[in-house]
Design a protein around this ligand. Structure first.
Ligand code: VG1
Ligand code: CO
Length: 545
């Protein structure tokens, strides 16, 4: 096999964000763009040579050519074996599972997660390390540095590898094994949850479910697990065939984008008891009941409070973690259970050390992500199975479980307001201004609310002592309310300002307000402090979750 050394020059802006490098497909299609970044990963990940690499993606447009390029570069780099998902498919949690199961040196996931796909959509690439989790910032920083000076990459001259059959091939000295993307993952789920009990709910007709795969990666996984193994009715999984542009949709499981599912659960006749959806790469989840939405921060708290009921967690919970903007609902549960609760910056990579060090068992983010120590990624179907197991144990509806949780722990009204595609300079100066005025805000009163702390969140990793600063402006009020401001690290157009608003209500007689009403005064305070409307020239957020 002939290995070609190709001369190249650096591409600007190959800096991974919250979750890998995400750009428009057209950016990735520029000559040497993907190759430069992949070579930078290989140069940084010194353990890959003579070792096993896992490769797969969410099936979006450009996955296929990218996989062929990466296989040929892997062969040129001296990688011993690549396990690649059939058709190039592997969900993010499945990559994490497979890395751990087969002791791989790392994995490459081709996905831009919840961002739209297709010729005009987004593409992305992320590298996971040997613990199965996203590469830490020290690694992604080194990759970025490498991309700034790269002058050459190596690639094998070879034919494309067919990915349709479960078979092994040789690419020079490297073996390419096309693996079933679902089976290892499904087997792991079986070991965590009471499949027998969940199955009996479906076969007895006590429970019906609608799962929206949003034309993305979880379709094949959900059909195998829900319809085949758990005997949910055929047709319980909708939009279950992955498509390169996600059926023209936006594979983000929230009330705004999973419209079809929400309509089904809100219908007056024949609505299923339980609804759920996942995103492009299968690591997010939305949980809904009949005419009832479970806020993801509440979901994490409810899972933590009830983990003892689930076989995989009946041994107990070491601790929990949530990202800064995630509501503090889980903190209340941790308090009661007497376990540690860590607050980390946004992004799953910050949970890896805490999980590896056995400080935590469960963790989650407000952005429809939750997971546990079973892998090192957030896991959409895992969360759905957790809820199904909970329904089987409690024999209550989604709404009843959530309401009784609020009665015990109080309710955290919570919402995120996103202002998308705003001018980057405007966004940066808005945050800069907040940083400047933050210290002077402490002690100030706004209507009924008094600020007790305002700062730019900085995280000291208790395991490796690394420090991550400037992770978001947080404003804490004396009644436990909070506002957090930060800029997204996953967008591909201008900047996205995220404003997270949270209000704690312990009085159960006040748990029935519409969320935006309960938060109205805080939303106005957020605007007046940050001057969002005037600076961004926007009347309202683009997306409210
Ligand atoms: C967003 C979410 C964050 C999540 C990240 C990746 O990041 O806020 O909580 O970890 O997406 O999720 P940002 O920087 O845009 O706020 V996914 O499903 O894209 O892998
Ligand atoms: Co995702």
């Amino acid at each position: 096999m002939n290995i070609k050394k190709i001369k190249t020059t650096p591409h600007e802006g190959q800096k991974p964000g919250t979750s890998g490098l995400r750009k428009k497909v057209t950016v990735f299609q520029q000559p040497h763009y993907l190759e430069n970044f992949v070579q930078s990963i290989f140069n940084t990940a010194t353990g890959l040579k003579n070792n096993l690499l896992i490769l797969g993606g969410d099936g979006r447009y450009y996955n296929k050519p990218a996989i062929q390029t990466i296989l040929k570069m892997a062969a040129a780099h001296g990688i011993k074996q690549v396990m690649v998902g059939q058709h190039g498919f592997l969900s993010t949690p499945a990559v994490s599972c497979v890395i751990r199961k087969y002791n791989a040196a790392g994995g490459i996931i081709l996905s831009a997660s919840h961002n739209p796909g297709g010729v005009d959509g987004d593409f992305g690439i992320k590298f996971n390390i040997s613990n199965g989790g996203p590469a830490p910032t020290s690694f992604t920083d080194a990759t970025y540095e490498c991309s700034k000076t790269i002058s050459e990459y190596a690639i094998a001259e070879a034919d494309d590898i067919p990915l349709d059959n479960l078979q092994s091939y040789q690419l020079g000295d490297m073996q390419v094994s096309v693996i079933d993307p679902v089976s290892d993952y499904a087997e792991m789920m079986m070991g965590l949850f009471d499949f027998k009990k969940i199955k009996s709910l479906f076969t007895s007709g006590e429970l019906s479910i609608c799962f929206d795969a949003m034309h993305a990666i979880t379709g094949p996984y959900a059909k195998e697990i829900f319809e085949k193994q758990l005997s949910a009715a055929v047709g319980s999984v909708i939009n279950g065939i992955p498509s390169e542009n996600f059926g023209g949709g936006h594979p983000d499981p929230n009330l705004a984008h999973a419209k079809e599912l929400v309509e089904i659960l809100n219908s007056d006749s024949n609505a299923p008891d339980f609804g759920a959806a996942s995103d492009g790469d299968g690591d997010r989840n939305m949980i809904i009941g009949q005419k009832f939405f479970v806020n993801p921060s509440d979901s994490l708290a409810i899972m933590t409070a009830n983990a003892n009921l689930i076989p995989g967690y009946s041994r107990g919970i070491n601790g929990v973690a949530r990202s800064l903007p995630t509501s503090r609902a889980v903190d209340k549960v941790a308090d009661k259970l007497g376990i540690d609760c860590y607050e980390t910056p946004t992004g799953w990579k910050y949970f890896g050390n805490l999980l590896d060090d056995k400080r935590i068992t469960l963790c989650g983010e407000e952005s429809f992500g939750s997971g546990s120590d079973h892998i090192r990624e957030k896991d959409g179907l895992w969360a759905v199975l957790f809820w199904l197991n909970l329904l089987a144990e409690k024999q209550q509806s989604v709404e009843a479980i959530t309401r009784s949780h609020w009665k015990i722990y109080g309710r955290h009204y919570y919402s995120r307001h996103d202002y998308e595609a705003i001018d980057s300079e405007v966004a940066n100066s808005l945050i800069e201004n907040l940083r400047t005025i933050s210290s002077s805000l402490t002690g100030k009163e706004f209507g009924n609310y008094k600020i007790t702390l305002c700062d730019d969140f900085s995280y000291n990793d208790p395991v490796d002592s690394s420090v991550s600063s400037n992770q978001g402006i947080r404003i804490l009020f004396d009644d436990e309310s909070r506002i957090v401001f930060r800029l997204s690290g996953t967008g591909t157009e201008g900047a996205t300002l995220r404003v997270y608003i949270e209000k704690y209500e312990s009085d159960a007689s006040l748990h029935d307000m519409p969320t935006q009403t309960a938060l109205a005064e805080l939303i106005a305070i957020a605007d007046s402090i940050a001057e969002i409307k005037t600076r961004c020239q926007r009347d309202s957020p683009d997306v409210i979750t």
